[in-house]
Design a protein around this ligand. Structure first.
Ligand SMILES: NC(=O)c1ccc[n+]([C@@H]2O[C@H](COP(=O)([O-])OP(=O)(O)OC[C@H]3O[C@@H](n4cnc5c(N)ncnc54)[C@H](OP(=O)(O)O)[C@@H]3O)[C@@H](O)[C@H]2O)c1
Length: 327
C-alpha cells in the first residue's frame, strides 16, 4: 500500500510517499481503507522523533482516519465490510489502509463526508475529554481556551458554546485568527501576542478568574494560567508547546483550592479509550449529526503532499484542520 514514510526524524523534508505492507487485522480489530486522514500537532512532534507510538501501534504517522471497513478481525460483530466509519488510531493514518480497534471506531453520520469525519477524533475527543469531562464543566462556567485557531481549540470553542450556552468563553489567538475566533462564538478574544492574557481575564471576570483553562503551552503559561484561575478552578494541561517545566506557587494553589490536571489521549489503554469513545459517540456525535457543529477544514491536500501539510501547520497558517486525502 501507499504510505507516508520518514527518511529519518527531523524536518518535513524527511517525509516521502513510499510503500508499506498492508497491516494484518488481528482479533478485536478492523482494517479500514482510508479515504482521508488529518494532521495533528502531535504528528509534528512524532516526525521530530519526540513522540513515539505506544507499543504495538504503527510507526507510520497519523492519529485519525475516515474510510470504509475493508476486513474484520475475529470476535468483531458490530462492524461489517463496507461500513462508512471514522476512527482514532494509535498510528498509521497516513496510509491507504490502517488497523483500528473495534471500540475505537464510530459510524459517519449521513450529513458528513470522509474529509470532515477525519477531523473529529483527535481534536474533538481531546477537547471534550479535557475541557468538559476531566474539568467537570457545568453550564455557566467561565472557560479560558488557548490557541483558538488550532484544531483542538476551535473544537473546544464549538463544544463549549453548543453544550454550555450560558458559559462565557475567553480565547487567546493571534493575527488574522482573532476575527474568526470571534465569529465562532468566543465571548472575549485575547491577542496573546499584544496583550497580557492574565490581565484581560482578570478584568473580564471582575477579578474572579476562569473556572476552567484548557492549556497546551505548558511551562511558559503556568504562572499566568494560575493567576487566571478562579477559586476551585481546574487547569487542564494537554501540551507543552512552551516548555515542560515551570515554578508553581503551591501555597496559593492550596489556598485557592485549584486543580492542575495533566492528560494525554494516545497512551491510554485500549479499553479506556473504547469507553471514552463510546461516551463521546453518545454525548457529542448527535451535535454533528443534527448540524449544530461541523468540523472546520482549513486546507485539503493529497496524501503525497504530507510534507507541505506539515509546513503549513508549523507556519500556523491554518484555522481548524488540515486534511490529507487518499485516492
Ligand atoms: N494531550 C492530548 O491528548 C492531546 C491530543 C491532541 C493534541 N494535543 C496538543 O494540543 C495542542 C494543539 O494541537 P492541534 O493539533 O490543535 O495543533 P494546532 O492546530 O497547530 O494548534 C496549535 C495552536 O496553538 C496556538 N499557539 C501557539 N503558541 C501559542 C501561545 N503562546 N499562546 C496561545 N496559543 C498559541 C497556535 O496559534 P497561532 O498560530 O495563532 O500562534 C495554534 O492555533 C498541541 O500542543 C498538541 O500536542 C494534546
Amino acid at each position: 500500500m501507499k504510505a507516508i514514510q520518514l527518511h529519518e526524524f527531523g524536518g518535513p523534508e524527511h517525509l516521502y510517499l513510499g510503500e508499506a505492507p498492508v497491516p494484518e487485522v488481528g482479533a478485536g480489530q478492523v482494517l479500514i481503507e482510508v479515504a482521508a486522514t488529518s494532521v495533528n500537532r502531535p504528528d509534528i512532534i512524532q516526525r521530530q522523533g519526540n513522540y513515539p507510538p505506544p507499543p504495538g501501534d504503527s510507526e507510520i504517522l497519523g492519529l485519525e482516519v475516515a474510510g470504509t471497513v475493508s476486513a474484520i478481525g475475529e470476535g468483531v460483530s458490530q462492524w461489517e465490510k463496507g461500513d462508512r466509519v471514522f476512527a482514532l488510531v494509535g498510528g498509521g493514518g497516513y496510509a491507504e489502509y490502517v488497523i483500528a480497534h473495534a471500540g475505537h471506531i464510530m459510524r459517519i453520520p449521513d450529513n458528513l463526508g470522509f474529509e470532515q469525519a477525519a477531523c473529529i477524533c483527535e481534536t474533538y475527543i481531546t477537547a471534550w475529554l479535557n475541557a468538559i469531562v476531566l474539568a467537570n464543566a457545568a453550564d455557566g462556567d467561565t472557560f479560558l481556551l488557548h490557541g483558538g485557531g488550532g484544531g483542538v481549540n476551535t473544537a473546544a470553542l464549538q463544544l463549549c458554546k453548543a453544550m454550555f450556552p450560558a458559559s462565557k468563553v475567553l480565547v487567546t489567538a493571534s493575527g488574522g485568527k482573532l476575527a474568526r475566533v470571534r465569529e465562532l462564538g468566543a465571548n472575549v478574544v485575547i491577542d496573546y501576542r499584544e496583550e497580557k492574557f492574565a490581565a484581560v481575564v482578570k478584568s473580564e471576570t471582575d477579578g474572579k478568574g476562569a473556572d476552567i483553562i484548557l492549556d497546551h503551552i505548558g511551562g511558559a503559561y503556568l504562572a499566568d494560567n494560575m493567576k487566571s484561575l478562579a477559586v476551585s478552578g481546574r487547569l487542564v494541561v494537554i501540551g507543552i508547546m512552551g516548555g515542560a517545566s515551570a515554578e508553581l506557587n503551591i501555597a496559593l494553589m492550596m489556598v485557592k483550592r485549584q486543580s492542575i490536571i495533566g492528560s494525554v489521549l494516545r497512551s491510554r489503554p485500549v479499553a479506556e479509550k473504547s469507553r471514552i469513545i463510546a461516551d463521546f459517540n453518545h454525548t457529542v456525535m448527535p451535535l454533528f449529526a443534527d448540524g449544530t457543529i461541523a468540523p472546520l477544514i482549513s486546507d485539503t491536500l493529497p496524501l503525497e503532499q504530507a510534507a507541505e501539510a506539515h509546513r503549513m501547520m508549523e507556519a500556523g497558517s491554518h484555522f481548524g484542520k488540515i486534511v490529507l486525502t487518499i485516492n
